[in-house]
Design a protein around this ligand. Structure first.
Ligand SMILES: C[S@@+](CC[C@H](N)C(=O)[O-])C[C@H]1O[C@@H](n2cnc3c(N)ncnc32)[C@H](O)[C@@H]1O
Length: 215
């Protein structure tokens, strides 16, 4: 049977396209949001930046129903897919925002509000002339640091070894995060379809776990 997905009429009118109720559409894209604009419930909140098809996000949200999860993704087709997956799985703790990551963390989301922020297998921009597009550098670190609560964590995972090494160097120059060890058994951390595909091809995933250490 075909599933009918609930529509947010107001946001659909605002954007001139169909918007599902679990897509987060800011009333004003140029105003810093309140956490209560995103989720009605006051609960620990995590962000998955560049959430892709949502396979990581959905598993996390299923594992931790007591937490809220925001996925950020720029591609419309993927945003819709994640919204549909969350609805079909009866998840009320997931919202998806269709927007560019750096803009979202620098300008849109509220400061000192998030418990964990995840960046999983972002585009590695392998050519040297494109390294300026990589997220893992100071302006992004500063923005993520500001969004996190004082005890918050930033978690990064990549399949791209050279990007990982480059990121380690960039993070070492940023004193407001402390990088700590991250063992598989420390906490539940699902693998996205994308990660499973890389591993099946024999590639290793590289992890970085960073604690906010300075206000
Ligand atoms: C390689 S995929 C990984 C997806 C997912 N994190 C996973 O592990 O399965 C990268 C995703 O980030 C999205 N993306 C890339 N750059 C972005 C940006 N600047 N803002 C928002 N999304 C972005 C892409 O559209 C894509 O869905």
């Amino acid at each position: 049977m075909k599933t009918t997905f609930p529509i947010n009429e107001k946001a659909s009118e605002q954007l001139g396209r169909e918007v599902f109720t679990n897509e987060f559409v800011p009333a004003d894209f140029f105003k810093e949001q309140e956490l209560s604009d995103l989720f009605e419930r006051d609960a620990p909140t995590e962000i998955d930046l560049g959430c892709g098809d949502g396979s990581f996000l959905i598993q996390l949200a299923q594992q931790y129903p007591e937490r809220n999860f925001l996925g950020v993704e720029r591609l419309m087709g993927r945003v819709k897919k994640v919204c549909k997956k969350a609805y079909r799985a009866n998840l009320t703790n997931v919202k998806v925002l269709r927007l560019e990551t750096l803009y979202t963390v620098q300008w849109l989301l509220p400061k000192n509000s998030f418990d964990r922020i995840h960046l999983i297998c972002p585009d590695p921009w392998p050519k040297e002339k494109h390294h300026k597009n990589r997220l893992m550098q100071e302006p992004f670190f500063e923005a993520v640091h500001q969004l996190l609560k004082p005890t918050g964590e930033y978690l990064f995972r990549t399949d791209h070894e050279e990007y990982y090494d480059w990121s380690v160097e960039k993070m070492a120059e940023f004193p407001k995060f402390k990088t700590i060890e991250w063992n598989e058994e420390d906490f539940f951390y699902p693998k996205s379809d994308f990660q499973l595909q890389w591993e099946a091809e024999g590639k290793r995933l590289h992890n970085m776990r960073c604690l906010k250490v300075e206000a």
